[in-house]
Design a protein around this ligand. Sequence first.
Ligand SMILES: [Zn+2]
Length: 322
Amino acid sequence: MKSNFKTSFLRTLLMTTVFVLPAATGCKKIKDQLEQPKLPPPQTGSAEQVAPALGISLDAAVSEKERTLFKEDIRFLQNINFKPEPEGYFFKAFSFNGALNILKFIDDRVGFIIGRDTSVDSRFSYTSNTGNHSGKAVTIATNIGMAVWLETIAQKRPIQFFVNNTSVPVNDPRVGIIRLAEGYTNYDGEGRPMNTVARTTVLIHEARHSDCTGGLSERDAINLAAGQLPENRSCGHLHTICESGDYEGLAACDGREWGSYAMGWLYANEFKNNCESCNEAMRQTARVVAIDSLLRVGEGRAASMLSKSLPPPDLSSTPTLR
Ligand SMILES: [Zn+2]
């Protein structure tokens, strides 16, 4: 049985990914075509736990450069110090049990990091092909876990992801399989990565794609099986086509409130006023990232976020059909 996800339109919206700074434009395609027969388990090697207290594994095939940068990001998040306003969106989104814990937000939603050079196809019990870059796109990372989980709903069959020489059922989008892309390590095309403020914003963005907020209905499952989008676009926080600005016509905007770009904005914006451990360079980067993110949340939503009239984000996820 083949996937029904055949139209480029649908694939574009399902490529749960893309984070592009103003210098670049574009979007990333993921083509999930799952085919018989079932594949034998590959030898994937041993994954590395990124930090003792976290459930995030770095796949054996993650390159040294990717590994170094990712660990730097985690250390950055472990050491960053914000003093947010308790009534603000940021505190409401990233505090747990009264303590600010951005890392927990990511840890709950990101389980596996795989490198750009790893063949994703070889890691699923059924093949899953990823597309190529389009145009001038700079892809930083892709949340493959959500795209594949939607396939399990569409095809009504379990799909496993192979890592650490074992198989992990993709039975919840919060399994969180994130594939790093070229932009993560080589953002400017000359071997320089994005800086860590921008990279950690990408992690927040990708983590949000692991939420199926509001769950899927039977109707959504029927739509997915027919190669159409679910009515609930907050499941996976799928990108939508931007209606204006630099990204007009590209699937590089949030489709609903508090999508991945809005969550990235929330994080980057906080550097401006409330980061106690940040230097001026970090603040400047954060400002650029925050502005770029805000341009992608939709005009009406951006205004209501700035005026704080939008209700705070619903960070729940429902991995079963309702
Ligand atoms: Zn995205």
